[in-house]
Design a protein around this ligand. Structure first.
Ligand code: GDP
Ligand code: MG
Length: 596
């Protein structure tokens, strides 16, 4: 155990975690240089295409130190985007140390700070690494000073590195050996292992990733999962390299995987403790706090018959993404589906994509909203997660909406435009601190609803990328919230209802109406598109009638062509949803939300 080092790589997004991880894998010959691709650990297609890490990735390396001693390194590369910080916090629980990377050309950014705090909370040894020093724009002295200020280390503690050229890799290895403590724990005690991630494999069933705190896990023995109290035989266990490498046993301090033949996603819970069935430990490990979803939206299968398949897919996805939550929901327009909770809009987008790629499930998403609290006139308080939950205004006493504290780090010349943006988003500036002459930290209190949609993108564009952003929940505050309804020829389309602040209702309603006008095909009759708050119509568009018989041009023509045309039309109908008399293409539900 004294030669094991468990550490994670944390940083703000794009500061070079995945690239530096590549160099460490190469240096330790964990991967052959021939098989090396950039950001090797980002093994999901989606991660490669977008160039971002979505999942944490654990991998084991054997490192021969300069004195000839052999070490086992379990390294976890983590995502940097704020939506995935839950992934980071779980990875941290499996480690004793963290490489904190800071891009030398960018300096300390918002997630540098929030990830650092996560690591400190878990008592990890922090190794600061000034990365990308090969860049011409690297500001080595300035950023070193920022790091010293932030973590209170000395200049000598900071390692200089470049994941691109490989500078500093040996120094990082040495620092991991010398500074990250070896894991503690008693291999002779009863087994106690923490599940920090899991994945569903269609051939092998559920694969759970764990960190053993105490005891040993052996192949063939019976283990018990605390959460369900169910017992299973260990079919296979082993270590995580580029592939799963089976082992006869693993003991305290190690990171590995276990396969027990569990096929049901529900039977495994990330954060659960695995122990021995015959000689169990007395207590479960203090797992992870449940995540609090920030954004809610309904997901509906395109074909109503796929409802059970969608449930199954969501359950399997949940194994690999413990932050996803869902419960059944029904919509008049869309039928049976699920109300799902997400950590943010990027998370929602990724879930949608993963459902499509990994499970072949195409879904329709309803207008996302945050979670509110309402109090009715009887004084009863309840959560509002969908527009349908909001009581009639006559019975409504008060609605409260979630507020966040946002930290924005930027250059002084962007303060003005950022202030304007935040005020438009109903924000209040509470603090302004100069970190150095060229970097200022702004703290705002903002309604969460205003930042989940396009805030981050707009912030990046108005600051030309020189603003980083992080946030945390503070409280709920009274809000003038209304339900915006969309009607087609007077018929409510529940899937397009939205919860919005009264001051934003009109502009939002207008946008949706205009967009629907572009998206809906003309039909045999006139279509009125309306946005309403209560009885009041606040926006309106009209689509004029179409007077054409699709088969008209076939008159006198051959009958098979006519039949084909009708069949094609029927096929097209399947992709339509009937709202009263109006047919709405599935695609319209998807596209109407792309408001920007
Ligand atoms: P992550 O989001 O922290 O995992 O960052 P990535 O490893 O995906 O890198 C983000 C971008 O920075 C990519 O375009 C890399 O090619 C680039 N990059 C990473 N490390 C270095 C470095 O040391 N020097 C330079 N010049 N570019 C780097
Ligand atoms: Mg990455």
């Amino acid at each position: 155990m004294k030669n094991i080092r468990n550490f994670c790589v944390i940083a703000h997004i794009d500061h070079g975690k995945s690239t530096l991880s590549d160099r460490l894998l190469e240096f330790t010959k964990t991967i052959d240089k021939r098989n090396m691709v950039a950001q090797t650990l980002d093994n999901m297609d989606l991660e490669r295409e977008r160039g971002i890490t979505i999942k944490s990735h654990a991998i084991q390396m054997r490192y021969v130190h300069t004195d000839g001693e052999v070490y086992v390194f379990n390294m976890i590369d983590t995502p940097g985007h704020v939506d995935f910080s839950y992934e980071v916090s779980r990875s941290i629980a499996a480690c004793e140390g963290a490489l904190l990377l800071v891009d030398a050309s960018q300096g300390i950014q918002a997630q540098t700070i929030s990830n650092l705090y996560l690591a400190i909370e878990h008592d990890l040894e922090i190794i600061p690494v000034l990365n990308k020093i090969d860049m011409e724009s690297a500001m080595i002295d300035e950023v070193s000073d920022q790091i010293i200020d932030l973590i209170g280390c000395t200049k000598e503690d900071i390692l200089l590195a470049s994941g691109k050229t490989g500078i500093g890799i040996q120094e990082i290895m040495t620092a991991v050996v010398n500074r990250v403590p070896a894991p503690k724990g008693d291999p002779e005690a009863p087994l106690q292992a923490l599940i920090f991630d899991s994945v569903f494999n269609s051939f092998r069933g559920v694969i759970a990733y764990f960190r053993i705190l105490n005891g040993r896990m052996r192949k063939g023995e019976k283990v018990r999962f605390f959460h369900t109290s169910k017992e299973y035989e260990v079919d296979e266990l082993g270590i995580l390299q580029m592939n799963l490498i089976p082992q006869p046993y693993l003991e305290a301090g190690n990171v590995g995987y276990i396969i027990t033949g569990i096929k049901e996603s529900r039977e495994i819970k990330v954060g659960d403790t695995i122990t021995n069935a015959i000689n169990p430990c007395t207590e479960a490990i203090h797992g992870f706090e449940d995540v609090k979803p920030m954004v809610f939206a309904g997901l509906f299968p395109i074909d109503n018959d796929d409802f059970e398949d969608l449930r199954d897919s969501l359950e399997k996805l949940q194994l690999n993404d413990a932050s996803l939550v869902f419960e059944p929901e029904t919509s008049v327009a869309l039928g049976f589906g699920f109300r799902c909770g997400f950590l943010g809009m990027l998370h929602l987008e990724i879930i949608q994509e993963r459902l499509s790629r990994e499970f072949n499930m195409e879904v329709i998403t309803t207008v996302p909203n945050v979670s509110y609290f309402a109090t009715n006139t009887k004084g009863e308080a309840f959560p509002v997660r969908t527009p349908a939950d909001l009581p009639d205004p006559n019975y409504l006493q008060e609605v409260q909406e979630p507020y966040i504290r946002a930290q924005i780090i930027t250059k002084p010349e962007y303060i003005g435009t950022i202030m304007t943006l935040c005020m438009e988003k109903r924000g209040i500036l509470t603090r302004q601190t100069y970190l150095t002459t060229y970097r200022v930290e702004l703290t705002f209190e903002l309604p969460l609803a205003e930042i989940v949609f396009d805030f981050y993108d707009r912030l990046k564009s108005i600051s030309r990328g020189y603003a980083s952003f992080d946030y945390s929940m503070i409280d709920y505050r009274a809000s003038d919230l209304v339900k915006l309804e969309i009607k087609l020829n007077g018929e409510n389309v529940d899937a397009l209802s939205a919860l919005v602040h009264r001051s934003k209702a009109e502009s939002f309603g207008r946008k949706i109406c205009t967009r629907l006008k572009e998206l809906l095909p003309r039909q045999q009759f006139l279509i009125a598109i309306q946005a309403a708050v209560g009885a009041k119509i606040i926006a309106r568009e009209t689509i004029s009638a179409l007077r054409k018989d699709v088969t008209a041009k076939c008159y006198g023509g051959d009958i098979s062509r006519k039949r084909k045309l009708l069949e094609k039309q029927k096929e097209g109908k399947k992709k339509m949803r009937q709202i009263g008399s109006v047919e709405v293409p599935q695609k319209a539900f998807l596209d109407v939300l792309k408001l920007t």
